[in-house]
Design a protein around this ligand. Structure first.
Ligand code: HPA
Ligand code: ZN
Length: 343
């Protein structure tokens, strides 16, 4: 729309996007055809066209928060099956880079969920090899630089997390940090203290999801901000509910922990009237919040630009949106030279 050019043209950094969450119905359909796979969605019978797939992804009407979450995870993990070859992983990452290059994204730190791939028999070299080739091409042809954040799935065992951490070490040049995602129900951050402490000692940055609409959300944020990896993580993913508790805000401010906020994702659980004031409170306190897309292909095709534009509806001015974008540069784990190139 008119007036959006300012936000569109800001040089951007994205810090919270799951590469698997960028698998659009178009690309998923293409990969399924190429690999000779049937496409199903949830409990639906086989789908026969990309349009049917797109419709299935958007047509269910989950009502409660629990139903929303279940619907999301079912559709998200269900799509992993189409990823088989190095070319598939390359295409997935390249599709993301091409998309965000049009939004002037200059650097990104991208989550991937290796356990969702190795569990299907995909070799690490296939996955990481495809990602790496796309990363190199994006840097040279699109001027989009990137690094990866390996996420551990918190609904799986701590042993599986440790095994995957160790298996990832040969690829550590590609990996800036270790994250924690998937279903947060009954899975507090401290369960994973051992692997994250090891990761910190090995020189990785650490971050963890504390999603909105979770039980024990304040205790989860407290653990991430002060206990994980001995003195607390480097960033918090989501963590919006910290706005409810002055002591959590103090903690985050004192340690200058960056927060990756994904406003579009929260609209499933909360209204504008609830979300806006929380973002405002964190921002006005001087906490470095950043704006990101999370899983754009599963969230109404809302990429980073749409999420930044959404903050206008929460009352953020163009100048403040530029500040939000600058926060992402500051709290990113890019080399100083990369940061200076963007600012
Ligand atoms: N929440 C938790 N884990 C995830 C998500 C999410 O929205 N997307 C991908 N992994
Ligand atoms: Zn996420």
């Amino acid at each position: 729309a008119a007036g959006d050019e300012f936000v569109r043209d800001i040089p951007k950094v994205e810090l919270h996007v799951h590469i698997e969450g960028t698998l659009t119905p178009e690309l998923r359909w293409k990969l399924a055809q190429r690999n000779g796979l049937k496409v199903k969605f949830g409990k639906s019978p086989e789908l026969h066209s990309m349009e049917e797939l797109r419709y299935a992804m958007n047509s269910a009407e989950p009502k409660t928060e629990d139903e929303e979450r279940e619907f999301f995870f079912e559709s998200y993990y269900g799509a992993f099956d189409t990823l088989k070859t190095k070319q598939d992983y390359f295409d997935l990452a390249m599709n993301y880079f091409e998309h965000v290059a049009t939004m002037n994204v200059r650097y990104c730190e991208i989550f991937f969920d290796p356990q969702g791939h190795t569990s299907r028999g995909i070799a690490w070299d296939v996955m990481m090899g495809g990602f790496k080739e796309a990363q190199i091409k994006a840097q040279s042809e699109l001027n989009v630089c990137s690094s990866w954040i390996m996420c551990l799935l918190r609904d799986l065992s701590t042993e599986d997390a440790m095994d995957h951490y160790k298996a990832a070490l040969p690829y550590r040049d590609m990996i800036a940090g270790i994250g924690l995602d998937s279903n947060e129900y009954n899975r507090p951050p401290l369960l994973f203290q051992e692997v994250f402490t090891l990761a910190r000692r090995d020189g990785f940055r650490i971050t963890m999801h504390c999603d909105v609409g979770q039980d024990n959300t304040h205790e989860h944020i407290r653990q991430v901000a002060s206990d994980i990896g001995e003195y607390g993580a480097d960033r918090i993913d989501h963590g919006l509910n910290a706005a409810d508790k002055p002591e959590l805000m103090d903690l985050i401010l004192k340690r200058d922990i960056g927060m990756t906020i994904c406003p579009w994702a929260y609209m499933r659980y909360q209204t504008y009237a609830e979300l806006g004031p929380k973002m405002r409170l964190l921002f006005d306190a001087g906490i470095r919040i950043t704006i990101n897309s999370d899983d754009p292909a599963f969230m109404d095709d809302a990429w980073i630009l749409h999420n930044l534009l959404l903050t206008k509806h929460f009352g953020f001015t163009d100048k403040e949106i530029a500040m939000l974008a600058r926060n992402a540069v500051t709290v990113s784990w890019a080399a100083q030279s990369t940061k200076e190139n963007i600012l």
